[in-house]
Design a protein around this ligand. Structure first.
Ligand SMILES: Nc1ncnc2c1ncn2[C@@H]1O[C@H](COP(=O)(O)OP(=O)(O)OP(=O)(O)O)[C@@H](O)[C@H]1O
Length: 341
């Protein structure tokens, strides 16, 4: 892979009264050609600003934004327009023209780019088939469901064959089932058309479903960056742990722990499950040897990017020394955390 989008020491500040407030600060980030890159963060974290710096709807206060080898901070408006032509964008509220048909909405960017009518018609027909809306060509946006509107948005964004697609909370207005359909379409856009996609979202499920890598943004800074597998299986910061906790139930939360403490008198430990299967092997062998009984009281295994990870929470019952010896043995193969005595 080669880098397609690069942020080098980028800060974007806005004036707020007399002060300058940084919406994003000191961003160093490289997005590779062909990947689906997720940016997650709470409201106000700076996600939209970061996205809008890629198509120069915002201009960096300092640092450089490099897209396909061109440093946007050195370009004139006319050159920026040609960069923007290679970047499509979709939005939470779809931003379709209500007074135009689906066909005309998709044809619009082609018209602006000066495509002749026969070529426009051929391209729109092709795009309608790709997003599965051939029958809706002459419908108006108000006659479509949310998912169909976003399909039109995607077709319109792809009309001029951009290398990059920016998705700004593109599924946040949709129900879970429609979200899954739209995300599947975005995956096809990436896999079949080779379009690099940057997705900003506050929903970890979106990141889990489609992204290859993810950056966690907090107060304008990237606090974590990695493959979706790494960030989900070992989130390093409390913010990332909270996001991961919204979609994975491997580890008991505070309320679960309280319930477990009330119900179980033995020592309770959580042990990480890795792809290697060693926890299961050691557990089945060692409990008998140490004379410890156990009960599984909480846990879950998730699969992501073709690998498994998870956690098992066990109540251990036996002589204190025997339980200590078992925990020590488990610790030789995985991470074990005592969560309640
Ligand atoms: N044009 C602007 N003028 C002044 N402040 C702005 C402007 N755009 C963004 N900000 C501020 O920058 C910060 C980051 O905003 P941004 O919209 O990028 O965050 P976000 O993570 O996309 O949030 P949301 O999901 O709510 O849109 C916020 O504090 C916001 O108020």
């Amino acid at each position: 892979m080669s880098s397609l989008i690069e942020f080098r020491g980028v800060t974007k500040s806005f004036r707020s009264g007399d002060a300058a407030v940084a919406a994003v600060a000191d961003i160093d980030l490289t997005i590779e050609r062909g990947e689906i890159f997720g940016i997650i963060g709470y409201s106000g974290a700076g996600k939209s600003t970061l996205l809008r710096l890629i198509n120069a709807l915002e201009h960096a206060t300092s640092g450089s934004v490099i897209v396909d080898g061109r440093d946007l901070t050195t370009l004139r408006e006319r050159e920026l327009r040609s960069v923007r032509a290679g970047i499509g964008m979709i939005f939470q509220q779809f931003n379709l023209f209500r007074s135009r048909t689906v066909f005309a909405n998709i044809a619009y960017p082609l018209k602006v780019a000066g495509w002749p009518k026969d070529k426009r018609t051929a391209r729109v027909t092709e795009l309608l088939a790709f997003v599965g809306l051939t029958e809706k060509a002459w419908a108006y946006p108000d006659q479509l469901s949310g998912g169909q509107k976003q399909r039109v948005g995607i077709a319109r964004a792809l009309a001029t064959n951009p290398a990059i697609l920016l998705a700004d909370e593109a599924t946040s207005a949709l129900d879970p089932e429609t979200t899954a359909d739209v995300l599947a379409l975005l995956k096809r856009v990436n896999a079949e058309l080779g379009v690099t996609i940057v997705v900003i979202t506050h929903e970890m499920e979106v990141v889990r479903s489609i992204a290859d890598r993810v950056a966690v943004l907090d107060a304008g800074r990237i606090i974590e960056l990695g493959t979706v597998f790494d960030v989900f299986s070992e989130p390093q910061t409390p913010t990332s742990q909270r996001f991961v906790g919204t979609v994975l139930r491997n580890q008991p939360g505070e309320a679960d722990l309280e319930r477990l403490r009330g119900k179980h008198s033995g020592r309770i430990v959580s042990a990480r499950i890795h792809d290697d299967g060693r926890l299961g092997a050691v557990l089945s062998d060692a409990v008998g040897r140490h004379g410890v009984r156990f009960e599984i009281v909480y846990g879950g295994i998730s699969a992501l990017q073709g690998r498994s990870f998870g956690s098992l929470t066990l109540e251990l019952l036996g002589e204190p020394e025997a339980v200590d010896a078992l925990i020590a043995e488990l610790r030789t193969v995985t991470e074990v955390e005592e969560v309640a005595a």
